[in-house]
Design a protein around this ligand. Structure first.
Ligand code: FEO
Length: 396
């Protein structure tokens, strides 16, 4: 049981998942994840806002049953169709066939495709449509691609509550508290950077459009589908989303390198040390063979400087660095201060390939070096020069 009043008419009825190792079978969940679901209780009708992942339906129903006799819900609003929220819909409909599912045109198509739910079970809404529940009402904003094409947000004007879907969500289960002012929430912020960059990161422009729609709406609570309900920290989470979706990096440098026998790694350490001498304080170093890609992507998104190093491997880029660069291309990462360092034993390829990738991303490295075999004195100097040029560019 995990129920909490947020306001007099709005209840948290979501669940925690501390068992899944990875979100989307890709992204580690060291602190678990919550699938947030909310109940809005009007004087005439009751709406459930988003469901939960399929295997947690029983817990969801148990929570709902604490508030509503026989789980008698009138509407299920689907702000987002990804199965971490929609997986439970089929079971809910099997048990309660009179529930009307509320979604937009794209949602309805997905409901058919994923769960073979026909339109007679659904209510299609459009931008700014309102459904009254009696004393409270649900207003809908279509906000596509904040994460999937059907994503939308639901606003309860009378309570000044925004149900934002994935937007403003983060990894990390809810450990007792639900609203940010009833628990220590600082540790969720790194998990929000990771959630944004891993899951939503490709969709900077749609996120910007969504943020613009929210500009003139009075919001006391943001209820997203993952992580805490935001009340006291709303400005902070909105600023974070604004910064990340504009690809505005924070002061700092991420160094991502691959290294088979430590020679390329040595350059990474020299670069980091010089960056520190030059006054850079946030320096994150990732050995791509060891750090999970999820955390590398998160830091690469978060900080303004990005330095990538790769040995040449089979006449190509080091495989895991190739994977990282593909992740950056998929997310159309931009506006970084970039530098690259490569190495080779008999024929150079990695450095050129990294720079070609940066060109595709429309970013020109401020410095690049290529090292033959092990570092020489001149390589040490070249590595320091990389750090100097990155530091200079970050300070300008
Ligand atoms: Fe929480 Fe895009 O799913």
């Amino acid at each position: 049981m995990n129920i909490r009043n947020i306001t007099e008419r709005v209840f948290y009825v979501g669940v925690n998942d501390r068992s899944s190792a990875k979100f989307e079978n890709l992204w580690p969940l060291p602190f678990g994840v919550s699938y947030n679901s909310y109940l809005v209780k009007g004087s005439e009708k009751i709406a459930l806002i988003d469901a939960v992942e399929e295997s947690f339906v029983r817990r969801l129903l148990s929570n709902v049953g604490e508030i509503v006799e026989n789980c008698k819900i009138d509407y299920l609003v689907v702000n987002h169709m990804e199965p971490d929220h929609s997986g439970g819909i089929s079971t809910l409909l099997d048990l309660f066939p009179n529930i009307k599912i509320v979604g937009n045109k794209v949602t309805l198509g997905m409901l058919k495709g994923f769960y073979n739910i026909s339109e007679e079970h659904c209510i299609e809404i459009k931008e700014n449509d309102v459904i009254s529940l009696g004393e409270v009402s649900l207003k809908f904003f279509i906000t596509p691609l904040v994460h999937w094409p059907e994503t939308m947000m639901t606003y309860v004007e009378e309570e000044r509550i925004l149900f934002s879907g994935d937007a403003f969500g983060c990894f990390g289960a809810l450990n007792g508290g639900i609203v940010d002012n009833e628990m220590e929430v600082d540790w969720y912020f790194p998990e929000m950077y990771r959630y944004y960059s891993n899951i939503v990161g490709r969709f900077g422009k749609p996120v910007q459009l969504a943020l613009k729609k929210l500009e003139n709406i009075k919001i006391d609570y943001i209820c997203s589908t993952h992580g805490p309900v935001w009340k006291d920290r709303i400005k902070e989470v909105k600023d974070l989303y604004n910064r990340m979706s504009l690809y505005e990096g924070e002061e700092g440098v991420t160094i991502v390198y691959g290294s088979m026998y430590g020679n390329t790694e040595e350059l990474a350490d020299i670069i980091a040390s010089r960056l520190c001498e030059r006054g850079i304080r946030n320096i994150k170093i990732h050995n791509v063979s060891k750090s999970d890609m999820s955390y590398i992507i998160s830091d690469a998104f978060r900080y303004k400087g990005l330095i990538v190093g790769s040995p040449t491997y089979n006449g190509h880029i080091f495989p895991a660095i190739g994977e990282f660069l593909t992740s950056m291309e998929v997310r159309e990462i931009k506006n970084k201060v970039i530098a690259t360092f490569g190495s080779f034993t008999w024929a150079s390829a990695a450095c050129k390939m990294m720079n070609e990738c940066m060109a595709r991303l429309k970013m020109a490295p401020v410095a690049s070096m290529d090292m033959k075999q092990a570092p020489s004195k001149s390589d040490y100097e070249a590595a320091k020069e990389i750090a100097d040029k990155v530091a200079d560019a970050l300070k300008n």
